[in-house]
Design a protein around this ligand. Structure first.
Ligand code: NAD
Ligand code: WQD
Length: 344
């Protein structure tokens, strides 16, 4: 019988792709809780266009405990929660730290309380490679110690991980996995779902796409004097549908009781470090024309290089990346064009 999974933040970027992969696995029924504070309910129309399945959303702020708990009163058969809902903009977290601590940690506290109160068996938590801080030894594996958080957002992920671990004592009935993502990019291979970035995106791929389509006239490469092979920063980009697939495999792992501890940590990255200039070169080939970029100063707060070792996820979750950098860019480009045509 299919297990019912509650996806928080399912109208967002990674959550919506995970809904698609959960549905397409044939093993899970899904339910969504998203206040749409950083997304729109139309995302679920796109999920329906791709999967044929209408996903029910509870438009609830998870920090509102009474409203959130009503979801569990109405659904007494939830087997697991995948908790994506959070704010995620590094710069905004520096400007408004309390908003980040309140939302990201307040929501997680309610999720953890719900796990205990409603006897939820399994929990997956979205963490981030930002918990490692400015690491010196690469690639980063799960044993790499956390470094100093470079922004309040990263700090909420470090505290969030500690909150989950500490609940193992009072609530051993919930088994949890902490998934540390590197840089998720791209869109569904159909091009019919992707990231709705803010008007002024901060992340590399949405900016490249905006320059490629003419929405932005020009972009800047932030730093070309780093100690890397071409002087620009190195990151570990991975396709959003691969991240989504990892969540299905992570849920399988818990459901099949293959875990050896009540709370385990997994890196989710491609294992490949790619520079900004290499991404631009790949993007020019995919979109078929030159991109207007200039070489500029370093962006404050950027670390020179980070990429992950995801062999633990490959071995234990039986997960591997299906998509390469060209696929990431090609899908993002399809989505950019789909947006122009279909989303006003
Ligand atoms: P997103 O902003 O696209 O999605 C988050 C969703 O959560 C949004 O739909 C938003 O409306 C919802 N939400 C936020 N606070 C809420 C609340 N209190 N109640 C109900 N809904 C709420 O973000 P994403 O890129 O899909 O990221 C998902 C998770 O993955 C986040 O926890 C993020 O920190 C983490 N993560 C993201 C990245 C990345 O680069 N995208 C990298 C590492 C980790
Ligand atoms: C990638 C590279 C920039 C824009 C962030 C969060 C991290 C995680 C993933 C959530 C960097 C360079 C960018 C531009 C550029 N998110 N760049 N010109 O900073 O690696 O990671 O998202 O957990 O916590 O910090 O991602 O996409 O912003 O930048 O040269 O216009 O592209 O300097 O080297 P980042 P990004």
């Amino acid at each position: 019988m299919k297990k019912k999974i509650l996806v928080t933040g399912g109208c967002g970027y990674i959550g919506s792709h995970t809904l698609i992969e959960l549905i397409e696995s044939g093993r899970y029924d899904v339910l969504c809780v998203d206040s749409c504070v950083r997304s729109t309910p139309e995302t679920l129309d796109r999920v329906k266009n791709i999967t044929g399945v209408e996903v029910k959303n509870y438009k609830v702020d998870i920090c509102d405990k009474d409203a959130f708990f009503k979801v569990f009163e109405e659904n007494d058969d939830i087997a697991g929660i995948i908790h994506f809902a959070a704010y995620k903009a590094v710069g905004e977290s520096v400007e408004q730290p309390l908003m980040y601590y309140r939302n990201n940690l307040g929501a997680l506290a309610n999720v953890l309380e719900a796990c205990q109160k409603y006897h939820i068996s399994h929990l997956l938590f979205s963490s981030s490679c930002s918990v490692y801080g400015d690491v010196k030894t690469l690639p980063v594996n799960e044993e790499t110690p956390m470094g100093e958080a470079f922004c309040p957002y990263a700090h909420t992920k470090q505290i969030g991980e500690a909150m989950i671990r500490s609940m193992q004592v009072p609530n051993p009935g919930t088994t949890s996995l902490i998934l540390r993502y590197f840089n998720p990019v791209g869109a569904h291979p159909s091009g019919m779902n992707g990231e709705l970035s803010p008007d002024k995106p901060n992340n590399l791929i949405p900016i490249i796409m905006h320059v490629a389509s003419g929405v932005l006239p020009q972009m800047t490469v932030f730093g070309t004097d780093y100690d890397t092979r071409d002087g620009s920063c190195i990151r570990d980009y991975l396709h959003v549908s691969d991240i989504a697939d990892a969540h299905v495999k992570a849920m399988d792992y818990l459901v099949e009781h293959r875990n050896t501890d009540g709370c385990e940590v997994f890196n989710l990255g491609s294992g490949n470090g790619v520079t900004v200039l290499e991404m631009l070169d790949a993007a020019e080939k995919v979109v078929g024309h030159r991109l207007n970029y200039v070489l500029g100063d370093r962006r404050p707060g950027d670390i020179p290089a980070i990429y992950g070792d995801s062999s633990k996820a490959e071995q234990l979750l039986h997960w591997h990346c299906r998509y390469n950098v060209d696929d990431m860019i090609a899908s993002a480009w399809k989505w950019e064009n789909y947006l122009k045509e279909n989303v006003k």
